[in-house]
Write a protein that binds this ligand. Structure first.
Ligand SMILES: NC(=O)c1ccc[n+]([C@@H]2O[C@H](COP(=O)([O-])OP(=O)(O)OC[C@H]3O[C@@H](n4cnc5c(N)ncnc54)[C@H](OP(=O)(O)O)[C@@H]3O)[C@@H](O)[C@H]2O)c1
Length: 237
């Protein structure tokens, strides 16, 4: 099982890569900008499970050249089973202070480049039979329609809502290729992103706890769900 996860140098992506690399028969392609984080992931994975298979992909999703990334992946495999779009950026500012550049930065990574990555990798995921491949888009409760919203997160939350909407379209367009696409709208997790955005806020879940759920969902969810936007939250109504 070949699994590509974006944003694996820290936080939820780090823990999800760690978890999946310890599962039998899984090879994880771990994509991030920071080499130190990827080195730490590799070291920790091998400590946890001697046979852990991780291919680090040192890549900037916002500015990197996708053809180079494709060639790098193709050196290791000609097919992917799971893509977890986890990397994201956040801007915390009152709506009236946000600039077009703020919106562009957040939308570029969270929506536009994520969509480009999906287009790049669909040819490696499509199949005619057997278990369905799975695209898991990591959104937020802030991007879930009808959820409680937090002041200062309008650019981030609306980008996450766009990612959720994109998931529904992907499910329709990719169903003949035997690829399921689902979106997890996560509640708060105690990661660096949360600490930076809301210093002092106490989340109900650790990255390790949420990673267990994401890993199991990524492995099994394509059998039961397609085009679903699922709230995964203890705290947010
Ligand atoms: N934490 C929460 O409370 C919470 C709640 C709901 C949803 N989420 C979602 O869960 C996901 C993970 O969140 P997190 O809290 O773990 O975030 P995080 O601690 O900020 O980690 C984000 C990861 O994305 C990578 N990344 C950022 N920009 C990138 C780029 N241009 N190219 C490649 N990688 C990039 C970062 O690595 P590099 O810097 O090495 O590139 C990092 O590994 C995000 O989609 C977030 O929106 C989080």
């Amino acid at each position: 099982m070949n699994i590509l996860i974006t944003g694996t140098s820290r936080g939820l992506g780090f823990q999800t890569a760690l978890e999946l690399s310890s599962r039998e028969g899984c090879q994880v392609f771990a994509l991030s900008r920071q080499k130190e984080g990827l080195d730490k992931l590799l070291k920790t994975a091998l400590q946890k499970h001697k046979g852990a298979k991780i291919v680090p992909l040192h890549f900037d999703l916002e500015h990197g050249n996708f053809q180079d990334l494709f060639l790098e992946i193709k050196k290791h495999t000609s097919h992917l089973d799971i893509l977890i779009n986890n990397a994201a950026s956040i801007v915390v500012k009152p709506f009236m202070d946000l600039t077009e550049d703020d919106f562009s930065k957040v939308y570029k990574l969270n929506v536009i480049r994520t969509a480009s990555l999906i287009r790049l990798l669909v040819p490696l995921m499509e199949r005619t039979n057997g278990p369905r491949a799975h695209i898991v888009n990591i959104s937020s409760m802030g991007g879930f329609q009808g959820s409680m919203k937090f002041a200062g997160l309008s650019a981030y939350s609306s980008s996450k809502a766009a990612l959720a909407g994109l998931t529904e379209s992907l499910a329709e367009e990719l169903k003949e290729k035997h690829i399921s696409a689902n979106c997890l709208c996560l509640g708060a997790i105690q990661t660096e992103m949360l600490n930076e955005a809301f210093p002092g806020y106490q989340a109900p879940l650790t990255p390790e706890e949420m990673a267990l759920y994401v890993a199991d969902f990524a492995l099994n969810g394509s059998k039961y769900f397609n085009g679903k936007i699922l709230p995964v939250s203890l705290s947010t109504p």
